[in-house]
Design a protein around this ligand. Structure first.
Ligand SMILES: Nc1ncnc2c1ncn2[C@@H]1O[C@H](COP(=O)(O)OP(=O)(O)OP(=O)(O)O)[C@@H](O)[C@H]1O
Ligand SMILES: [Mg+2]
Length: 360
């Protein structure tokens, strides 16, 4: 088994710097998710591990070996793409077996080959379908064949590029669980690319969030959620997204508050922020609540979305709009009426408006 290390890796396509100065260590046996919006460089980073893109600068290692100039077939990796492209004229058995037949570097004798195919099929619950053609399978079963075809090689590292995006919502949730389970059983390093924060949050040991070719933050899902490093991460992770207000820090008793158009936001942990500084304050919707009596913020209710177990109250306050996520049985609110909002001061995030990076 092996980890993967990017050391100041860059990839340039003509004028486009698709990946810029990426330093990231994927630990041996870790499930690392590369997360970010379309075009941020996730697939390019993954394809460099696979050897499908040349590296413009820096050093990339798999295990102890620098692989910058190692051809794809000599890297001990297997990759699963979004379009999993099975051979339609071959049976499931033959599809799973195909890498062991086609690729000289992993070629194994026929007895070993049959055993590996049987093991991979059993691992992914495909034993009873081995005689079928891909056209005779559901989408989820086909996706599992593509995964079996990858694990049959017993690679050091699995690379997956949005492998679930062709599946419907229910199948995606199910396959997500199966992949986490597969990772647990194999104990192999996984590098998994997605733009879906829910996939990232639910599957990853750690998430690496990218924007515009640059790594923004690396950390365990909960850690990134609780302490986003900058405004990009704060806005990208969490649904509904974090509320973000501009303001000025003011003294409030021993500590600080942030004066915003909606009122003064109390700040529990002030970090590097000082009174009179301009600041951007972030509050997750679940850290605001509707208060029956005057509280930190006020606004007018624009809409209420009832979701059964919770509600989202959309509140307008001069130029700002806030989303409150609280239990459906909270104080009643009428659309168009004034509402008071309480803030949990220990959950308030502060960002520098110039750099966009966290300051508390
Ligand atoms: N072969 C190429 N030639 C030129 N530019 C490319 C090439 N491949 C990727 N790019 C550019 O590099 C940037 C990163 O692309 P990449 O495919 O890595 O993004 P991504 O994060 O995987 O996005 P998506 O979520 O849409 O798949 C984009 O601006 C893209 O247009
Ligand atoms: Mg991509």
């Amino acid at each position: 088994m092996s980890g993967v290390v990017f050391d100041r890796v860059s990839k340039r396509f003509g004028d486009v710097l698709a990946v810029e100065d990426l330093t990231l260590e994927v630990l041996d046996g870790e499930f690392m998710v590369l997360l970010g919006p379309s075009g941020c460089g996730k697939s390019t980073a993954l394809r460099m591990i696979a050897g499908l893109e040349e590296i413009s600068g820096g050093t990339l290692s798999i295990g102890d070996r620098v692989v910058n100039d190692v051809p794809p077939r000599d890297r001990d990796i297997a990759m699963v793409f979004q379009s999993y492209a099975l051979y339609p004229h071959m049976t499931v058995q033959q599809n799973i077996e195909s890498p062991l037949v086609a690729n000289r570097s992993v070629r194994v004798d026929p007895a070993e080959r049959s055993q590996r195919v049987a093991d991979a099929a059993a691992t992914l619950g495909l034993t009873e379908y081995l005689g079928r053609k891909p056209g005779e399978l559901s989408g989820g079963q086909r996706q599992r064949v593509a995964l079996a075809r990858a694990i049959v090689r017993r690679p050091e590292v699995f690379l997956m590029d949005e492998p679930l995006s062709n599946l419907d919502a229910k199948l995606r949730t199910q396959t997500r669980l199966e992949l986490v389970d597969l990772h647990r059983r194999l104990g192999t390093t996984f590098v998994y690319v997605t733009h879906d924060q829910v996939e990232a949050m639910t599957m990853a040991d750690r998430i690496a969030i990218m924007s515009d070719g640059r790594l923004q933050q690396v950390g365990a899902p909960q850690a990134v959620y609780e302490r986003p490093a900058n405004l990009f991460v704060a806005g990208f992770i969490g649904s509904p997204p974090m509320n973000v207000l501009s303001g000025v820090a003011v003294s409030a008793g021993e500590g600080l508050a942030v004066r915003t158009s909606a009122g003064d936001v109390p700040v529990g942990v002030t970090g590097a922020t000082r009174a009179d500084e301009s600041v951007v304050v972030g509050i997750r919707p679940e850290h605001l609540h509707v208060s029956p009596t005057p509280a930190h913020l006020t606004g007018r209710v624009e809409n209420v979305e009832l979701l059964g177990h919770e509600r989202h109250v959309i509140v307008r306050s001069s130029e700002d709009r806030l989303v409150v996520r609280d239990p459906s049985d909270g104080p009643s609110v009428g659309v168009g009426s004034e509402v008071h909002l309480g803030v949990d001061p220990d959950r308030v995030h502060l960002f520098d408006p110039a750099t966009t990076w966290r300051t508390n």
